[in-house]
Design a protein around this ligand. Structure first.
Ligand code: GDD
Ligand code: MG
Length: 332
């Protein structure tokens, strides 16, 4: 079975981290998000993945130079310009010559869904498209569905105004498609699968949904990207885990690391305290500094205090500085 994985977005909500690293290449528990996603798809029977790339394809090609990620063969489909989600799916499927039932996944979804379960449901429903669904408390930031008892999707609304959602069941960003879904997508244009294609398909009666209670996070927002990392420490995941401190990190013996991920080649100086945070590869934390609830790629000065902030690769916090709720470098 083949899968198209959408990895061509701009990662706007994770700037400044995504100014240097595309969102799906950001680490979750020391491994690029995309590697964990591809590994999970492989456990569910996917043998080939087409990466639907737009913005900054090079880091993906450098990370997987032999065109493989584990046992999975990779095809790179690089859009000449961003085609939005449906445009990207069509372009990627055509590039790879997909002509059979296939899987589609958003590149920032971290979940324990066994994709084989979704494929089985798709065949049982006799659907043209089957969506993985998750129940959440506040559905308005997502695609929301109205689901009939027989599993058929009666309505799909992308990011409805709060209070107008048809249910609390959201599009969890993994789909199974029949290839004829591609015929509904005009070629070479910006087309949204959520705003254009799903409403068309729902009207034609071909969309079904499978709701599960698997672990699920869209890691595309700062707090949830942090949670996607820290949840690997807490044993909340079925098949995924991570050690807190990478073997190549240099952490002073008297530094305190609590509920945090310390990535490859990170340096944490004596007396520093790191709590509920992710230090990405090559970050550094100066002596006696405190870092709380933050995502750090750059340099944290001696004796500084950083909370609820994102420090990009080019970012630096001066010695003794207090930084709260801030992005460095600032993002427009
Ligand atoms: N190749 C390509 N080209 N990929 C794109 C493009 C594009 O033009 N635009 C977005 N993507 C990719 C992103 O990289 C991401 O992996 C995926 O498409 C979804 O985009 P997001 O920007 O993460 O969307 P979202 O999180 O606001 O909403 C989507 O995900 C929710 C679940 O996490 C929607 O699918 C919602 O309906 C859904 O509930
Ligand atoms: Mg997202």
């Amino acid at each position: 079975m083949r899968a198209v994985v959408l990895v061509g977005g701009f990662g706007t909500r994770l700037r400044p981290l995504t100014l240097t690293t595309p969102k799906p290449m950001l680490p979750v528990g020391h491994e690029p998000m995309i590697a964990r996603l591809v590994g999970r798809l492989a456990r569910g029977g996917v043998t080939e993945v087409v990466l639907a790339l737009g913005f900054r394809p090079e880091p993906f090609m450098e990370a997987f130079p032999d065109g493989r990620c584990g046992d999975v063969g990779l095809t790179y489909a690089v859009e000449p310009e961003p085609l939005d989600t449906a445009g990207a799916i069509r372009f990627a499927a055509e590039t790879a010559g997909i002509d059979d039932t296939f899987v589609v996944a958003n590149g920032d979804v971290m979940t324990d869904l066994d994709v084989a379960t979704l494929v089985d449901a798709h065949h049982r429903f006799g659907a043209r498209a089957t969506l993985h669904l998750i129940g959440v408390d506040d559905p308005s930031a997502f695609g929301v569905v109205d689901l009939a008892d027989n599993g058929q999707v009666r309505a799909f609304v992308e990011k409805p105004a709060p209070g107008t959602e048809p249910s609390n069941l959201i599009n969890a960003g993994t789909y199974v498609f029949e290839p004829d879904v591609l015929d509904l997508i005009p070629p070479g244009e910006r087309v949204s699968v959520e705003r254009d294609t799903f409403p068309l398909l729902v009207a034609a009666g071909g969309v079904y949904g499978l709701a599960t209670d698997d672990y699920w996070i869209d890691a595309g927002r700062p707090d949830l990207y942090r949670a996607a990392n820290l949840d690997l420490l807490d044993g909340l995941r079925r098949n995924e885990h991570a050690d807190p401190v990478a073997a190549s990190a240099a952490v002073a013996a008297d530094a305190t690391i609590r509920n945090s991920i310390v990535g490859d080649h990170v340096v944490v100086a004596p007396g520093a305290t790191v709590v509920d945070s992710v230090l990405l590869p090559h970050a550094s934390v100066g002596g006696s500094a405190v870092v709380e609830r933050s995502l750090v790629m750059g340099r944290i000065g001696v004796g500084s205090h950083v909370s609820d902030s994102m420090i990009g690769a080019a970012g630096a916090v001066a010695d003794g500085e207090v930084v709260r709720d801030t992005s460095i470098p600032p993002t427009p």
